[in-house]
Design a binder for this molecule. Structure first.
Ligand code: BEZ
Length: 238
């Protein structure tokens, strides 16, 4: 069994916290985070290293889907513990040379943060030394228009992310905010939603049942229909 790295005491941002502030150099110039993104959703994500295969497949997929995220009022921001020139060379290689799963000529136009000193990665708990002490894990932070962290997902180095799931999370968070509901397992726009949202007081089955578009499975578990078009009208830019 490999010896574990001694635990350093780190404070990790948590769901509900204000996103830690930083200024950083990126492939698209300097950014002040989260200030520059106020009023928009942002996904701040880290990858372990440039010029590595899983990360390349992820960047191509994310760049390919960027418009879809932007249309849901969300900006993407990447980060790794590499320098700016490495980032630029890697993104150029992706554009000029890599064809993968039908994606080619992929230009990454969202900012990729250089973080050689690991300042940002440490602030966001992206360095998890028992996984790797010199590379960021695959972290994904969903930050809302007020700069509050709403979801955090971590993946290990070997596991490429599912970007359809990240998109689903973004739409579900916005749906919860816009309609005051919660979303059940595997929810997709057009599926029934949960009322009242999880965490609030249970609603009597008798009170809810029979109401329009409402279904109660027990006193603590009621759903209602929510039309896909209605969701998309709120969530997507018009
Ligand atoms: C990759 O992206 O392929 C990778 C990066 C760091 C460690 C392992 C895999």
């Amino acid at each position: 069994m490999e010896e574990k790295v001694e635990q350093e005491v780190v404070s990790m941002p948590r769901i509900g916290d204000a996103a830690p502030e930083f200024t950083a150099i990126t492939t698209q110039g300097e950014i002040n985070f989260p200030k520059d993104y106020k009023g928009k959703w942002a996904i701040l994500f880290s990858h372990p290293a440039d010029f590595t295969p899983v990360c390349t497949s992820e960047f191509m997929t994310f760049a390919h889907m960027e418009k879809q995220f932007n249309e849901a009022k969300c900006e993407l921001i990447g980060l790794s513990i590499d320098g700016l020139y490495s980032h630029i060379a890697w993104l150029r290689t992706i554009k000029e040379k890599i064809e993968y799963k039908g994606m080619k000529d992929i230009e990454v136009t969202f900012p990729l943060i250089e973080d050689i000193k690991m300042d940002v990665a440490r602030k966001y708990g992206m360095i998890q030394p028992n996984e790797d002490s010199t590379k960021a894990v695959r972290a994904v932070f969903f930050i809302d228009p007020k700069g509050i962290i709403r979801t955090i997902i971590y993946y290990p180095l070997s596991l490429g992310r599912n970007f359809e799931e990240l998109y689903r999370v973004l739409i579900a968070l916005q749906t919860a905010d816009e309609f005051g509901v919660a979303t059940p397992a595997d929810w997709q726009p057009g599926d029934d939603v949960i009322v009242p949202p999880a965490g609030s007081c249970g609603t009597a089955k008798e009170r809810m049942e029979g109401k329009e578009n409402m279904k109660c499975y027990d006193w603590f578990f009621c759903t209602k229909e929510l039309d896909k078009e209605e969701v998309l009208k709120k969530v997507l830019k018009q």
